[in-house]
Design a protein around this ligand. Sequence first.
Ligand SMILES: [Zn+2]
Length: 120
Amino acid sequence: MRKQHPDRACGVTGCKQKYDAGGYCNAHYQRLRKYGDPRAGKPTLQELAERRAYVIGEIEWFKTFGVSGELIARELGYTKVESVRDLLHRWGRPDLAELFMDRQEENWFRQWLDGKHRVA
Ligand SMILES: [Zn+2]
């Protein structure tokens, strides 16, 4: 029987799954064995769920400032607004998808983002 390590966490930063073996949770340990890298291969369900929560949270936040979908997509690292809209539909958020495609925009926000990108 495998020993349980209730206090140990998975070695992958941000992963909150239960510790399993070899320094990782089960999903990351399997990938380590399969690919020699715990971060290789397809994202885990937990990673997908976290990405989804992150993207939705960012869009909701940006939209409270009236930022356009184009700008939000760029901030989130997507090249096409349509990909983000399709994702939102797939995630069961047609309301947000519609809001996302709105073209309204605050100029100060664009300037702020442009400044941020220049510095970075
Ligand atoms: Zn993990």
